[in-house]
Design a binder for this molecule. Structure first.
Ligand code: SF4
Length: 407
């Protein structure tokens, strides 16, 4: 469990929902800015926020920060065990500790005991270097190396598992079980292999992450591949995405991964849009961008909205969406719950679509409509056979009447 009476408490692991985390980018001792940053991430949907505490003034600041934030906080501790003790004293909700970079076992033990006394969980992260030289370390690494030799980075995988075993020994020796573990890598395949192995071997909740994933432009794919694969296989209890960009993106993309896998109920619109092709009949990219921007601000229900470039896939997506538009001959044909409600010129598509989305949301809120429910079944036209490009049919207003195969 993380949290307190004020921010609330929730579980990590077991049946608890997968929690989304991010980390602040500014200095923790810059109190007002730090509080504002944390709450901005909380408002975007972060369940937990981590802060770095490299200096005493950072842990001092926690005393003022913790009472002002909306979500549980994790203190990220490296090298200085005192920072962990100070963070515990300040009321921190969770500690992230890498025993490998604290040189003295007694110091680690002090942190473990302080957390145990106050019921504060610790995330143990695997990293290079270790404080504990276990006697059978070499043999164990060789054993694991053989076991993992078929993997892409078998030796690294072996090292990560061996390190975690070492670290966990320290915690077990103090009778401490309030543990979350992580084994991050910047390599997506290694992440998948490492967490898959760890999930089999250790009975603790897992914090998933692809570390240093790079700029959002490339990090998105790397992260979605690794985290998506693991989560789809039921592995992972909390996630943190690491991009070299605004950390709001980490929160938004983390949530999107959970939405895509059905691990979280979507908040706000689910936007479907076609990639466009040589059949495109409006400026779809500009339209989609504007629709996304406006709906993000104005709609809170998870309405499915489709914006499609032509008649080929438009009706099909309109059939699956709550509100949809598909373009034809510089016009937009708009559907709500499968029912055609408007056929407007291109420049009126955006305002009309927004109006229909708002009205549909209001109807759902009044209990007069349900998400995902259709009033009318759309019969998709046959774009290749008698329909051709679909343009002629749209011009004649016949789109809904066209049936597949001419029946
Ligand atoms: S909906 Fe039409 S314009 Fe968009 S990609 Fe499909 S065929 Fe092309």
């Amino acid at each position: 469990m993380v949290g307190d009476d004020r921010v609330g408490r929730f579980g990590i692991g077991g049946d608890a929902r997968v929690a989304v985390q991010t980390m602040t980018a500014g200095y923790t001792h810059d109190i007002d800015a730090c509080v504002a940053e944390i709450n901005r991430y909380a408002d975007a949907g972060a369940d937990i926020v981590r802060v770095a505490v490299p200096e005493r003034k950072d842990t001092e600041a926690l005393k003022q920060i913790i009472p002002q934030v909306k979500v549980p906080l994790v203190a990220d501790v490296h090298f200085h065990f005192q920072r962990a003790l100070e963070a515990v004293e300040a009321g921190i909700h969770k500690i992230r500790l890498n025993p490998g970079n604290i040189s003295d076992r007694d110091q680690v033990n002090k942190v473990i005991d302080a957390c145990k006394e106050r019921g504060i969980p610790i995330r143990i992260g695997v990293n290079e270097g270790s404080i504990i030289e276990r006697k059978d370390k070499q043999r164990r690494a060789e054993e694991l190396g053989m076991y993992f030799e078929g993997h892409k980075s078998g030796h690294l995988l072996a090292l990560m598992v061996a390190k975690l075993e070492e670290y966990l020994d320290i915690f077990h020796a103090r009778g401490f079980e309030d543990i979350v573990i992580s084994a991050k890598s910047m390599d997506a395949q290694l992440c998948i292999d490492a967490y898959t192995e760890i999930a089999k071997r250790f009975p603790y909740p897992l914090h998933l992450g692809v570390t240093h994933a790079g700029p959002k432009s490339t990090g998105t794919i790397r992260t979605a591949v690794a985290l998506g694969t693991l989560l789809a296989n039921g592995i992972g209890d909390t996630i943190r995405i690491s991009y070299a960009s605004d950390h709001i993106d980490e929160v938004k993309d983390g949530l999107e991964i959970l939405y895509c896998l059905g691990l979280r109920t979507r908040k706000g619109v689910e936007l479907i849009a076609c990639p466009t092709c040589g059949r495109i009949q409006v400026d779809l990219f500009s339209l989609v961008k504007e629709v996304e921007r406006k709906l993000d601000k104005e709609i809170t229900l998870p309405i499915k909205v489709a914006v499609m470039g032509c008649v080929v896939n438009g009706p099909g997506e309109a059939e699956g969406a709550d509100v949809a538009v598909f373009a034809g001959d510089r016009r937009g044909i708009i559907y709500v719950q499968g029912q055609r409600v408007a056929n407007v010129p291109e420049e009126e598509i955006l305002p009309r679509l927004l109006q229909e989305c708002k009205e549909f949301e209001a109807k759902v809120n009044r209990g007069e409509a349900k998400l995902g429910e259709k009033i009318v079944e759309i019969v998709p036209p046959d774009p290749i056979g008698e329909l051709g490009s679909g343009v002629d049919r749209i011009r004649k207003g016949l789109v809904e009447k066209v049936t597949v195969g001419g029946q």
